[in-house]
Design a protein around this ligand. Structure first.
Ligand code: SF4
Length: 114
């Protein structure tokens, strides 16, 4: 059975500010001294789903039916999203097939997550 492509824009927060952005991302520069506070504010305003809700989505997803692409915004801006990636990876009982990552500034801090 052919898998259905599924792009999960897991967050709207993004440290980039592309003029062509099609998701109206919430711009949060990595250089901001108040980055962590701003991320918490986004969660408080419920712009970002809580981790528990994201995990429920994974629990209710027919993993085998979809070819899942985690996108955003910037998925790793919220470090807890690593838990989602790990859970998805373990659910299909194989390592991630590929990681396309354009923001090495974040990945360098999380490179052992896979
Ligand atoms: S979500 Fe993508 S297109 Fe939009 S600002 Fe971020 S990197 Fe750019």
């Amino acid at each position: 059975m052919q898998k259905i492509p599924l792009i999960w824009n897991i967050t709207q927060a993004c440290p980039w500010n592309c003029s062509f952005c099609c998701i109206n991302a919430h711009y949060l520069p990595l250089s901001s001294e108040s980055l962590e506070t701003e991320l918490e504010e986004i969660k408080r305003k419920k712009v970002e789903l809580p981790l528990e809700d994201k995990l429920k989505i994974v629990d209710n997803l027919d993993i085998e039916a979809f070819d899942i692409d985690i996108s955003g915004g910037e998925p790793l801006l919220f470090r807890e999203n690593v838990e989602i990636i790990k859970k998805l990876s373990s659910s299909v009982k194989k390592p991630l097939e590929r990681v396309q990552y354009r923001k090495h500034l974040i990945l360098n801090k999380e490179q052992d997550f896979m």
